[in-house]
Design a binder for this molecule. Structure first.
Ligand SMILES: [Zn+2]
Length: 386
């Protein structure tokens, strides 16, 4: 623990966290929290703009870009970023407070993912300004629809940013910095067999379900290697128990920290489906029917891969050291807006902000961890101007 008492206001952090998590903000329904945050940010002295991403995704607000003017000339601008939306269930959130521990009544998620990040950023900026601590311009992007395919960030025009460097706050852990995160491909496979009466003439059909089963049974899935994962998460098809099914749709994904491994695993999954259908055909009434697989692959996001000696990593390490802490540098298997910012050429890493058991109704947070995160952000912004 730092020897000196924190200059971060823990009571204010707790109050603001409870305020923000109590506002439901499912993806595409971030309007209420965006208006609340815009009011808070303008009250803090920021200029705030809302972009047009909301219309693009069919939501009720766009991304927020807030700009705080620095008080030190010549200091480089710094980007801070978090997301406003949460996964469900989150129709009504009733936080349960036990000292510094905040959890839900187990009927909803808490939304500490990512409101812990938002609160840590707000508190850090507030203290910087209240105390007149020297800092450069701070740009803050609060995105929509992170939880639904990073779509808010993807529709954000990063040409509007002056910062070249910054932090996303959107991951578990405290005093931990994510510098590597996977690229991901989404796969959608439609297998076409041939329908037939299952009792009278099954030999005149080709079961798309059986073809899919054979392809999947020979497929590497789950943890493929220490950097690569793969999953088939949806399978839909068939009409009735007495019809040989002519169509099945299978959807899934693969991710890897290394793009070559991502491409290799994607090719493996594609080849399993294409290889099995190639060997399946049936002749009915003089006509040859060949089974087919349509495989669609869509890149969901690019890798995050920041060198250990990159300035942003050294900055966060130095900030942690100034607080008497050490910062763990690690990889994650999840994507975040940091992947999008990195693909646009920003030097960005993802700082842990204390969230626990996210995307479940057991989600909880310890306010002390959000306070530490705010201290780290404050120190990083200060050192960036030093
Ligand atoms: Zn998140």
């Amino acid at each position: 623990m730092p020897a000196e008492p924190s200059i971060v206001n823990a009571a204010r952090v707790k109050d603001e966290f409870l305020d923000l998590v109590s506002i439901s903000s499912l993806s595409k329904r971030e309007g209420a929290i965006a208006r609340r945050l815009q009011a808070i940010l303008e009250d803090m002295g920021a200029s705030v703009e809302v972009d047009g991403a909301g219309e693009r995704v069919g939501g009720d607000t766009g991304n927020l870009l807030a700009r705080f003017a620095g008080n030190k000339t010549g200091a480089p601008p710094f980007l801070l970023s978090a997301h406003m939306d949460t996964v469900g269930p989150a129709g009504a959130i009733r936080p349960v407070v036990e000292g510094d521990i905040i959890r839900t009544d187990r009927t909803s998620v808490l939304g500490g993912d990512d409101k812990a990040g938002i609160v840590a950023i707000l508190e850090a900026i507030r203290v910087l300004r209240e105390r007149g601590i020297p800092h450069g311009d701070v740009e803050l992007v609060l995105s929509i629809c992170e939880e639904s395919g990073l779509r808010g960030a993807k529709h954000f025009d990063t040409g509007r940013l002056r910062s070249h460097r910054g932090l996303v706050l959107d991951v578990d852990g405290v005093c931990e910095l994510i510098t590597r995160a996977p690229a991901a491909n989404h796969l959608s496979v439609t297998i076409h067999g041939l329908a037939a009466h299952a009792g009278i003439c099954p030999e005149q059909g080709m079961s798309a379900i059986q073809i899919a089963a054979e392809a999947i049974a020979g497929m590497k899935l789950g943890r493929v290697d220490e950097e690569t994962t793969a999953n088939l998460g949806v399978i839909q098809g068939g009409l009735a128990g007495n019809i040989v099914p002519d169509c099945v749709v299978v959807r899934g994904e693969t991710r890897s920290l290394t793009v070559e491994k991502l491409e290799a695993q994607t090719a493996h999954m594609r080849e399993r489906f294409e290889g099995v259908v190639a060997g399946r055909s049936v002749r009915v009434g003089g006509r040859l029917h060949q089974a087919r697989a349509e495989v669609e692959v869509r890149r969901q996001y690019e890798v995050l891969d920041v060198r250990d000696d990159a300035p942003i990593v050294r900055l966060v390490r130095a900030a942690a050291a100034a607080l008497g802490r050490s910062c763990r540098i690690r990889a994650t298997g999840g994507g975040s807006d940091a992947n999008v910012w990195a693909s646009r050429g920003l030097e960005i890493a993802n700082l842990g902000c204390g969230m626990h058991e996210v995307h479940t109704v057991n989600e909880w947070i310890d306010i002390k961890d959000v306070v530490v995160t705010a201290e780290l952000v404050l120190e990083a912004v200060r050192l960036n101007a030093a």
